[in-house]
Design a protein around this ligand. Structure first.
Ligand code: 45D
Length: 323
């Protein structure tokens, strides 16, 4: 039987527990734009007391520099309006430029705005702002999440902002030739990967390659029509698309798979579920994200499909059941 992406997506589906992350984002989406910005400010600065992201490198900030310079020159009212426009995905020149940014440039842009807000150079949350009951509800929901889930909520809200440029042609906004690299937080590249219960070479080589930012080696492990499904996203299909995605979004990640199970199917394909922890270069060793990889390896030993799922709770790390 030919492997299809649709059937691959449902492997180990009975081990999937609904994640509180989309539920929290759904609450956020119901807030007014003012409340959304206030929520992000409180969530970000509150979390920042214990876990602060690493400052983005100069090369990354340069990609957002022209926007940041324009904003710095504005009146406080105009600055607030720009932030509202971006948060509400309005069709304005700045919100469009933001929409063309890569995920990490969007994060770097807001990181810098947050710093400028703290310094009083960019308008902060208006004095006398009264936190609405809605903001309190979303903040309380956020506090119940573990740190890895909290930073995922922040990340995903930031990624969704800006005018939706997916239907537009390429922008005139200067694009980076290549994504600036993140410095690695730990020298995992030299340590060979060990996963309890797993000896499948494609999987071990995948983790090894990703932990060295060696995306060419990782891509070689996929079938030409293979797919990678990031958390809460549709599958990215084909080597070229996966390669582009990895270069933009998978740099500097530390992947620490712990344990897994494998099933061999009658056609010789293999289904594996592996759980473990991933660290993002934004937070380094301070925040671990509990995740699962669900691999479908074809009879020739190539990766046909891999899904990355955020786990609902740390208990899910150990809940490895067949099918
Ligand atoms: O609006 O095997 C202010 C893949 C107020 C690849 C603000 C992967 C106003 C394959 C505070 C200024 C990548 C899929 C905003 C594995 C306002 C693979 C600012 C998984 C917005 C394993 C807010 C990788 C700010 C994973 C500055 C799971 C917020 C990676 C900053 C996960 C938030 C990475 C930051 C995550 C969040 C990174 C920096 C979740 C970073 C999160």
């Amino acid at each position: 039987m030919a492997l299809t992406i649709e059937s691959a997506q449902s492997i180990f589906s009975n081990t999937q527990v609904p994640s509180p992350i989309p539920a929290t984002i759904a609450l956020f989406d119901q807030l007014s734009v003012e409340d959304q910005l206030a929520y992000l400010w409180y969530a970000y600065t509150e979390m920042g007391r214990t876990i602060t992201p690493a400052a983005p490198g100069a090369a990354r900030l340069q990609l957002a520099e022209s926007l940041l310079t324009q904003i710095k020159l504005m009146s406080p009212e105009e600055q607030t309006q720009v932030m509202r426009d971006i948060a509400s995905r309005a069709d304005t020149p700045i919100s469009r430029s933001y929409g063309f940014f890569s995920v990490n440039t969007k994060l770097a842009f807001w990181y810098e705005l947050g710093e400028l807000m703290k310094q009083g150079i960019v308008a902060p949350i208006p004095t006398g702002y009264q936190m609405s009951p809605g903001v309190k509800v979303v903040l309380e929901a956020t506090q119940k999440l573990d740190p890895g889930q909290q930073i995922t909520v922040l990340r995903n809200t930031v990624v969704d902002m800006g005018f939706d440029t997916s239907e537009l042609g390429p922008s005139s906004y200067p694009k980076a030739v290549a994504e600036p690299a993140f410095p690695r937080t730990a020298p995992t590249a030299t340590t060979s990967v060990k996963i309890d219960g797993i000896t499948e070479p494609a999987v071990l080589k995948y983790i090894e390659a990703m932990n060295a930012d060696n995306f060419d080696a990782a891509i070689d492990l996929f079938t030409p029509e293979g797919a990678l499904q990031p958390p809460f996203q549709k599958p990215i299909v084909g080597r070229e698309a996966i390669s582009k995605y990895m270069r933009e979004e998978a740099q500097g990640l530390n992947m620490m798979p712990k344990q897994g199970i494998m099933e061999v199917k009658p056609d010789g394909s293999k289904q594996l579920k592996i759980t473990g922890v991933v660290q993002t270069p934004w937070f380094g060793v301070n925040v671990g994200m509990n995740i699962a990889w669900r691999f479908l390896i074809n009879p020739q030993g190539k990766i046909f499909f891999v899904a990355i799922d955020m786990l609902a709770s740390p208990q899910e790390l150990l809940s490895l059941r067949p099918v």
